[in-house]
Write a protein that binds this ligand. Sequence first.
Ligand SMILES: Cc1ncc(COP(=O)(O)O)c(C=O)c1O
Length: 501
Amino acid sequence: MTTGLKTTAISDSKLLFEKSKSGKEGIFLPSRKFQDDFSRLIPADFQRKDHGDLPEITEPELVRHFVNLSKKNFSVDTHFYPLGSCTMKYNPKIHEDVASLDGFAWLNPSQTEDQVQGILQIFHELSRALCELTGMDEFTLQPAAGAHGELCGMMLTRAYHHSRGEGKRHQVLVPDSSHGTNPASAAQYGYEVVQIPSDARGRVDLKALEDAMSDRVACLMLTNPNTLGLFENDILKIREIVHRKGALLYYDGANLNALLGAVRPGDMGFDIVHLNLHKTFTTPHGGGGPGAGPVGVKKILAPFLPAPLVVKQGSRYGFDYHRPKSIGKVRSFFGNAGILLRAYVYIRMLGLEGLKRVSHDAVLSANYLRKKLSTAFLNPHNEFCMHEFVLSASNLESQNIHAGDIGKRLLDYGIHAPTVHFPLVVKEALMIEPTETESKETLDAFVEVMLKILKEAQETPELVRKAPHTMPIGRPDEVQAARKPILSFRDLKRDTQASPL
Ligand SMILES: Cc1ncc(COP(=O)(O)O)c(C=O)c1O
């Protein structure tokens, strides 16, 4: 055991390139024949003349290096991960089995329609299933993430208004509880962003919305349930206010996990929706990709969708490129096929009844935790919640303890932090989303740890303030980490002051 620990310490302390030693080999290529074959296939200009700057290392060292690194990660497969709004759902392993079948794994997007009928059928059926689940008429599967879907939605919004001679609409309204990507996507596409305040109930302030509406408004971007985990129960009035002035209603579908099979954005009056397949439909999150953020629209917007769409003619599937009003492509080829496939498997595996149960259980788990935690922590909107809820740690400010400190201390107990300091409308926000797959034992253990940390905050605040105490990295400079990430050994060599993340 001691030796094992020591070994870990040895391998952990060095970076891969530091372990490199000239002459070590971890891979054996069938040298001559292999090289000859490739020399013939690859044009001379593209053939490497020098040896790549690669680490020279044995196979066991390499395996240990990466296995040890992977053990430092928090993931849904290893830890409870109640990251609000991000819906870190368990990814069923059957997805991987299906995606690794040869027929899918070896697909190439340059193949002809005839050769890829199977995946085209899946794209088509997935689009139809998403239409049915959301109440929309047509879907594009191209966008690669939720935020990318939002950008696509802004392009559709502008194309629609332009086609009606209403190009003067240059404002996009977003509630103050909205996710940062909403105003960012609107601004990125050149819209002026107008913020709508929440009322005391944590919902869109209807009076403020009425006041902001004019014929300059292109759309309102809305998340329902909102990022406080509250259902916008005035949604039909909101629809009326927005549509009366000729604007569109955009649905940020990040929180659809609360509503599957219960109510559909299309029936609430939304004109455009994006879905984050890596949230509701259990595809891997990946570090910023590859994901999928399909966008669905009502009929009036369908002509503007990105080309091509997958269509069914008789028993054959094909691409429809003839879309003269299309905004064009928003991604290379047709989207992230492997991710779309996994979402399809999830939907087919559960069916409508199973999906309803998903949302039911997600809401049940969130309310269970809310009830257990809302007496010890502050909860500014303590009412029946949907799939998530937001506590406030502002009662610990006198101890100089903030929401982020609680998140850090949770890591010491083997639990990923909830989303902290968001949404901005709650001071010292701790946004908790347990999802539907956690057992009652896990939820109870989480409550126990949260109460323990609260006690520590009162009795030994330093312990919480300086957490985590058990992680390889404690408190990196998050601004520098985002603005000046050190992603490779070469970057580290260049900036010897910095420490690797
Ligand atoms: C409410 C909401 N909208 C949009 C997004 C952006 O989605 P993505 O991370 O897929 O770009 C998120 C991501 O967490 C979100 O929670």
